[in-house]
Design a protein around this ligand. Structure first.
Ligand SMILES: C[S@@+](CC[C@H](N)C(=O)[O-])C[C@H]1O[C@@H](n2cnc3c(N)ncnc32)[C@H](O)[C@@H]1O
Length: 446
């Protein structure tokens, strides 16, 4: 039975009318109606380039922005705004906010995953910690206390036995340190972020970008000590650099809150919103981080992770129950979405064996979620403010979904002008491999 379904899916892909096609041709009718063109401006927008960058390197985050991209946006608008106030409604681990602080700009972020919010917070608000104190406390950490691993995780499979024991020793040392001053609390937070950032490297897993077991991975028993040491040294080097090169920005206001952007009402107004929303067929920003969330105490059971996930902007592995409830509600729509979701429905029915039959409603919920965010962000923009979104499109059941153009149209419905759409990167569809998709930078202006 299962094999028949797999064969059918394979056959559908082989027979797909979208083979060899591209987002370029399929976007033309939408672009015509929107009255804009996509200009080509290839640029590195992914986090990978951040691994050597001051502060950004404190925690690896595959789904993040490149700091260079964010800096290029600041430079583009350096003559337009005098010290812009910056907002990121999907702050992740804080790339936009950290880069804003490096430039001396005030910033604010919203992030629903409490671990990522915490990492962003530590990256933003530890700049006055004395590197000498960080190193002193690090060297004094106890090595004789082992804390138990999170009971609901499969740690024995995730880590080799000796590696696991050593991780429990590192975490035991951090947990045994009782801070007595605010600076010491910040140091403890830095140590916990350093610990969280080495967990996947110490494990039998890797992110590609989803978390999965990696058969040939060879982790040295001492990896927890070696990698933790490296991370703490990087942090102390960066603090030294910040305190010499960016002295005047050490106290620039930067705040990140753990909240839902679909409901958040902003009190302030902003000049530059730079963000990358979750992609529809993208990642699970909770399950991918559940190991770090559990070790740092942000979740104590799977159901807590699920509850956070259910509040996020939807992605295509959302629970069926959530979509069932959504079908009964009033949701955002427009003529493009009606046509797209009808076509997806029809294609799923005729081709059969599609991974999820509720896909049309997942698409609807994604745009309904995004509409709530865009509405709130548009209101929080100053006049002449820019809302810059980096976003990827999708091919679903042989139906092209121009996510960037739909979000641009949504922005115009909330009173913003579509100023430009730049093609930053081409990608391939996960299903029909030779169909070309894109990632674009959409700039909306109030
Ligand atoms: C593409 S990532 C952003 C990464 C960020 N630009 C960076 O460089 O760190 C999208 C983020 O949106 C967050 N998110 C998803 N739904 C959310 C919601 N409803 N409210 C706030 N944040 C949400 C996810 O947890 C994820 O961290």
């Amino acid at each position: 039975m299962i094999e028949a379904v797999i064969d059918r899916r394979r056959e559908n892909i082989m027979k797909s009318p979208k083979r060899g096609g591209s987002c370029h041709d399929d976007s033309l009718p939408y672009l015509r109606e929107l009255g804009v063109q996509i200009t080509e401006k290839r640029q590195a927008i992914q986090f990978t380039t951040n691994v050597n960058e001051c502060v950004h390197r404190w925690a690896p985050y595959v789904q993040g922005f490149s700091a260079t991209f964010v800096q290029s946006v600041f430079e583009r608008y350096s003559q337009t705004y005098n010290s812009p106030k910056v907002l990121d409604p999907f702050a992740g681990c804080g790339t936009v906010l950290v880069q804003a602080k490096i430039d001396g700009y005030e910033s604010f972020g919203v992030e629903l995953n409490p671990l990522l919010k915490h990492i962003a917070d530590v990256k933003l608000n530890s700049w006055t910690v004395r590197p000498s104190q960080l190193l002193k406390i690090y060297h004094q950490l106890r090595k004789d206390v082992l804390i138990p691993e999170p009971p609901f995780l499969k740690s024995a499979r995730q880590f080799n036995a000796q590696v696991l024991t050593n991780l429990k020793r590192v975490k035991g040392g951090i947990d045994s340190f009782i801070p007595k001053t605010r600076e010491q609390q910040k140091i403890k937070d830095l140590l916990n972020v350093a610990f969280a950032s080495i967990l996947i490297d110490c494990s039998n897993l890797k992110r590609t970008p989803c978390l999965g077991y990696w058969k040939d991975k060879n982790v040295d028993d001492n990896a927890p000590f070696v990698l933790f040491n490296k991370k703490v040294l990087e942090m102390s080097e960066d603090l030294r650099l910040l305190q010499s090169e960016y002295k005047e920005n050490l106290l620039t206001r930067s705040e990140v809150v753990c909240a839902n952007s679909m409901q958040y009402e902003y009190r302030d107004k902003y000049d530059l919103v730079i963000t990358s929303p979750p992609y529809m067929n993208g990642l699970d920003y909770v399950m991918n981080y559940k190991i770090e969330m559990a070790w740092l105490g942000f979740i104590t059971a799977h159901k807590e992770a699920k509850a956070i996930k259910d509040d996020m902007v939807v992605c295509d592995n959302v629970s069926k129950g959530l979509i069932k409830d959504f079908v009964m509600s009033q949701y955002y729509t427009n003529s493009w979405l009606d046509e797209i979701t009808e076509r997806i429905s029809r294609n799923i029915q005729t081709r059969q064996a599609y991974r999820r039959t509720d896909m049309p409603f997942i698409v609807r919920k994604y745009f309904d979620d995004m509409n709530r965010v865009i509405e709130r962000v548009s209101r929080a923009l100053n006049k002449d403010g820019r809302f810059i979104l980096v976003v990827g499109d999708s091919l679903i059941a042989d139906t092209y979904v121009p996510t960037d153009l739909i979000l641009a149209k949504m922005g115009s419905e909330h009173g913003l002008d579509v100023e430009s759409i730049e093609l930053a990167r081409s990608r391939h569809s996960g299903q029909v491999r030779d169909y070309v998709l894109r990632e674009t930078v959409v700039t909306l202006r109030k």
